[in-house]
Design a binder for this molecule. Structure first.
Ligand SMILES: [Zn+2]
Length: 149
């Protein structure tokens, strides 16, 4: 059965941001809501992979392909200026929250890995591409998104 969806973006060519996030379905809507409403970006390239960009730490083919696509598609084709590395609470790539002794230790690990991944990518990406980092954390109201400074 065919299905038609309205789309006002077909004739656009550029967007300011690329995002890489985890595939986890539990965070799909809230992650995008954070980027749109929390950070104020309506248009962005979206990369999803299990564990977001955590596999960059393995320094393997994932890193090579990811960098290649960011440069060829997001930067050269869409003129993206920023890349957001977005981690999430209870991520299976870390064995979930149950694998940490405390929420503080989970946050610490995310911040540490985000910054290592950022530095590994920075050394290979063009200088004019800025990398920003954020992660979500479970709070009684839902998820709090924290932009890492
Ligand atoms: Zn995950």
């Amino acid at each position: 059965m065919n299905f038609t969806v309205p789309n006002e973006n077909l004739n656009k060519h550029e967007c300011p941001l690329a995002v890489i996030k985890c595939v986890d379905f539990r965070f799909r809507e809230s992650d995008q809501e954070y980027v749109v409403k929390g950070l104020g970006y309506k248009d962005f390239d979206l990369y999803a992979w299990p564990g977001s960009a955590k596999d960059v730490l393995k320094n393997n083919g994932f890193k090579v392909s990811f960098i290649e696509k960011i440069v060829a598609v997001s930067k050269n084709l869409h003129n993206v200026k920023k890349l957001l590395l977005l981690w999430h609470w209870d991520c299976g790539a870390y064995g979930g929250s149950k694998n940490f002794k405390s929420p503080e230790l989970e946050e610490e690990q995310y911040k540490k890995d985000l910054s290592i991944v950022k530095n590994m990518l920075l050394s290979e990406l063009p200088n004019d591409l800025e990398i920003i980092m954020a992660y979500s954390k479970a709070v009684p109201q839902g998820l709090e998104y924290i932009l890492v400074e």
